[in-house]
Design a protein around this ligand. Sequence first.
Ligand code: PLP
Length: 389
Amino acid sequence: MLTEHDLRRLDALYQSLEQATERFLGYPVSKDFEMGPLERFLRFPLNNLGDPFVDSTFEVGTRELEREVVGFVADLLRAPAGEVWGYVTNGGTEGNLYGLYLARELLPKGIVYFSEDTHYSVAKNIHFLGLRSITIRSQANGEMDYEDLAETLRINRDKPAIIFANIGTTMTEARDDINVIKGLLGRFAIRDYYIHSDAALCGGFAPFLDPRPAFDFADGADSISISGHKFFGSPMPCGIVIARKRHVERIARSIGYIGSLDTTITGSRNGFTPLVLWYRLKELGIDGLRRRAGAALELAAYAEARMKAAGIPAWRNAQALTVVFPKVSDALKARWQLATQGEQSHLIVMPNVTRAQVDALVNDMIAEREPRENGNPTNTPSTQEPGHA
Ligand SMILES: *Cc1c(COP(=O)(O)O)cnc(C)c1O
């Protein structure tokens, strides 16, 4: 039974979450969503068990809306009509696992190539699947080093290739170019290949960039994974995976117990997140998504410029929402929940980030540098008035 104390703990948790949400700038999670109209659906034991495109005997679910979400995202990713299949996942990781699973079923002897900047979960997924893999060096900006890839493909040209392309790496939002990669596969006459795009972060807005990064179905991807809680925004983790239908048909098995096809990774599947994504995508529409991307990019440019003006050597990949700068102190890292790896920290200007938050962060960074200026000659002097935290 819940005691008074338990209830107070819930209140305290609520308040601390409210504050923590105000100040996170280092992770690619949008928080500008309002889910009021969906709250009533929490009364149902929603479960989208099985394949979203095949009816199940279990009817308490949101499969029709899930299919619409898949259709909307497939169009965004320039999938040929009627030739792709997909579902709403628990997040980008599951979509990546799914893409690699399909790749393994099609090319069991294939070698997975991925850059050293790939998300940490991918090596684990490759291990689950028992696939062979080779890590490719990255360029300084985080993008795959195509010369290293070429050299490695040349040595292994007798084996099928499974390309795991990053469409926005975790630390620097670098995008591997699958056109360039396809060129290399052609150069070494590797005909058995599979390309998966990990578009966890960028899949929601890359379609609106100009030039458009080479990553989608029209560019030659076989499967693409996107996180739903990143650019789109969701109160709980979710994602979308889309793959070419002919690949999925290779793995589909009919299961009498659920009256559906076992084409997904998990058995029970979240029936609430398809509702969330459907609502978000309807609410924003293509124009809303485009505007959101434009506004976030503008603010990312502003953040980079402000840091540079303050003498902080910040930089950003072309058309990226991620601003990279030298590692900040533990205090700043904790205050703004800034992801830090090696000598780099980053700020990710998701659509909900405000100019005031960017200013407050930059002011904190400036304030932190001031006292060290005399003692540390490598510190570029600030060109701005000292900030205040
Ligand atoms: C976030 C992210 C993932 C993992 O996605 P989840 O939705 O957190 O499971 C994988 N790859 C990249 C590049 C990411 O940014």
